[in-house]
Design a protein around this ligand. Structure first.
Ligand SMILES: *[C@@H]1O[C@H](CO)[C@@H](O)[C@H](O)[C@H]1NC(C)=O
Ligand SMILES: *[C@@H]1O[C@H](CO)[C@@H](O)[C@H](O)[C@H]1NC(C)=O
Ligand SMILES: *[C@@H]1O[C@H](CO)[C@@H](O)[C@H](O)[C@H]1NC(C)=O
Length: 267
């Protein structure tokens, strides 16, 4: 009997090492080399016929030969009681075949995203650098122009960079080349830079900092309280630069600015 015990131990050892990580065999059985095959080791010796009967009922299994001490086969009397091994078809777990999903399921994205679009009411032009709206009006002196801009919800335009100066200049230009008839003309464009005390302390009527002086040569001329942008070519050589003018002077145009309107759009 001790020889048989060693034989069974060797057998168990053998199966221990060939067992793979796949666990699709019924409880109490061991998986073989072939992942589709499971083995059940008996704990009670039986003769061939009883062993065969024991192996049959629960599965499509059949008996295989009994081992000898060195794991080789030998023929024995079928009536001798021996330990035995049942071979059983493994249950194939569908998840072990290639049809199993390898990626996480895609969950529909129901997040509501919103984007804010700024624009302007009809007749006003949006400028994305300042996020403000601009409109050209005509025919008033600078104090009256500022008052009209305030009535429209804004102020005379302020300018803080080369790009803003170019934008407002192009927005307000008439498209003519003017002469220099009435010193500095009446066809310039009033902007919001003022010095009512006539001492050089210019300020923007919208309260923004005076941080980008764009004066033409010889400017500012301090006896003047108001500022114009030379938006059209003229013979004075101050194209797209600033010149002052008297408070009572009515110029061709003035430019108002005001806040843009934020539209929140959701998808
Ligand atoms: C077959 O089923 C019986 C009763 O459930 C059990 O005692 C026996 O060990 C099973 N045989 C195999 C080979 O699984
Ligand atoms: C403003 O608009 C111009 C022209 O569409 C674009 O090139 C620029 O990137 C925009 N700037 C900003 C700050 O959105
Ligand atoms: C500016 O224009 C307004 C309205 O036309 C007028 O009442 C005011 O007196 C003018 N200011 C100057 C300094 O001329």
């Amino acid at each position: 009997m001790s020889r048989l015990n060693i034989s069974l131990f060797n057998f168990l050892l053998f199966f221990y090492f060939v067992k793979t990580t796949i666990s699709s065999c019924p409880a109490g059985t061991i998986q073989g080399h072939d992942s589709n095959t499971c083995y059940k080791l008996s704990t009670t010796p039986k003769n061939f016929f009883d062993a065969e009967t024991d192996c049959q009922p629960n599965s499509s299994g059949q008996c295989i030969s009994v081992t000898s001490s060195n794991s080789q086969w030998s023929s024995i009397d079928c009536n001798t009681a021996q330990y035995y091994v049942c071979k059983i078809q493994a249950t194939v777990d569908s998840c072990m075949i290639t049809t199993c999903p390898t990626n996480k399921p895609v969950i529909p994205d129901t997040t509501i995203r919103s984007i804010t679009i700024n624009d302007c009411e009809s007749g006003w032009t949006y400028y994305n650098i300042t996020n403000l709206c601009y409109k050209v009006f005509h025919g008033f002196n600078c104090t009256a122009s500022e008052a009209i801009c305030v009535q429209n919800g804004g102020h005379l335009a302020s300018i803080h960079s080369f790009e803003e100066n170019l934008f407002i200049s192009e927005l307000a230009q008439a498209g003519y080349t003017f002469g220099n008839d009435n010193p500095w003309g009446r066809y310039h464009v009033l902007i919001g830079l003022m010095d009512p005390t006539l001492n050089g302390n210019f300020y923007w009527t919208d309260g923004s900092p005076y941080d980008y002086p764009r004066w033409c040569a010889g400017e500012p001329y301090l006896p003047d309280a108001c500022t114009t942008l030379v938006a059209d070519q003229d013979t004075g050589g101050c194209f797209q630069q600033w010149v002052t003018d008297a408070e009572e002077r009515v110029h061709r145009a003035f430019v108002c600015q005001k806040s843009s309107i934020a539209h929140i759009c959701q998808n």
